[in-house]
Write a protein that binds this ligand. Structure first.
Ligand code: 1HE
Length: 260
């Protein structure tokens, strides 16, 4: 692969955005490689991690390529980002992102399509689209806005300002902040843990929760009952429930403690 690294560690696919000389800016060819890497991960792994090679996670859209586009090419390009990021957000695997340095524009949209975001203390977040004369086109108006809220996203887009990792955590943009250089290791550890869950439960978590959020409460509760019953009556659930009842499966650990 030209723009990505792809590794498999146990059951976890690890995809590295690997165009550091252009700060991992996402071109059309880059997005197609990402699509291929997702396919590979789905066939080989039970969870995935996306991280950035070099000094930053991702500088977003390849602006050099974008200046040359016609309006229709722009729309089609944005729709392609939607398709590929949707394979992450509502696909087969739980995805974890390890963030450091710039997580900006389309880079933040990519991170927003993953399910759990781990930032190190060097990470900074911005949506400089307004300054570039463009708009978010990689799903940010839906996913990123839902994470941080429309008012905060509007502020970032109007002012072009950056926020640091701690602020991003308090804004619900990232779930973990770790010391410099430790985001990838933590994201892989979390993904390894998630990979031990029942596949059907992971699938339900990542596919049902965002859809239920889009429903009325009544519809959401109705759908929840069917998913709950479908997962709970699977052979794997029976096995796992019995393992707990016969004291062969771990208890829930207190925060910070190991599972016993
Ligand atoms: C790029 C890009 C890019 C860097 N497209 N080439 N994104 C942005 O508006 C962010 C623009 N980038 C930056 O603000 C900075 O590059 C960073 C803060 C991310 C990193 O700074 P730094 O000092 O480490 O790197 P640099 O010297 O600015 O950049 C190194 C090279 O990468 C340089 O090219 P060179 O040929 O002069 O060496 C830069 O031009 C190049 N580079 N970022 C193309 N984005 C689906 S819609 C999504 C909409 C968006 O994503 S808008 C946000 C776009």
């Amino acid at each position: 692969m030209k723009y990505l690294t792809a590794d498999l560690k146990d059951n976890v696919a690890i995809i590295g955005l690997n165009r550091p000389e252009k700060r991992n800016a996402i071109s059309d060819a880059f997005i197609e490689e990402l699509n291929d890497a997702i396919s590979m991960a789905e066939s080989e792994a039970k969870a995935g991690v996306i991280h950035g090679v070099g000094p930053h996670f991702c500088a977003g859209l390849d602006l050099a390529e974008h200046v040359k586009k016609t309006p229709f090419e722009g729309v089609y390009g944005s729709r392609r980002w939607h398709q590929v990021f949707d394979r992450i957000h509502r696909g087969k695997l739980p995805w974890f992102s390890a963030l450091h340095g710039a997580v900006v524009g389309g880079g933040l949209e990519l991170a927003s399509s993953t399910h759990v975001r781990v930032a190190d203390e060097t990470a900074f977040f911005a949506l400089p689209e307004g300054q570039r004369g463009i708009f978010v086109g990689g799903g940010g108006s839906v996913r990123t806005a839902r994470l941080m809220g429309v008012a905060r996203m509007t502020d970032l887009m109007l002012t072009g300002r950056s926020i640091d990792a701690r602020t991003a955590e308090s804004w619900n943009l990232v779930q973990y902040v770790v010391p410099e250089g430790e985001a990838l290791e933590r994201a892989v550890a979390l993904a390894t843990q998630a990979a031990t869950n029942a596949e059907i439960s992971n699938y339900a978590v990542i596919n049902a929760l965002p859809r239920i959020q889009d429903m009325s409460s009544d519809d959401g509760l109705f759908v929840e009952s069917f998913i709950a019953s479908f997962t709970a009556t699977s052979p794997e659930a029976e096995e796992r429930l019995n393992a707990f009842l016969s004291k062969k499966a771990g208890k829930v650990a207190r925060p910070g403690g190991p599972a016993k």
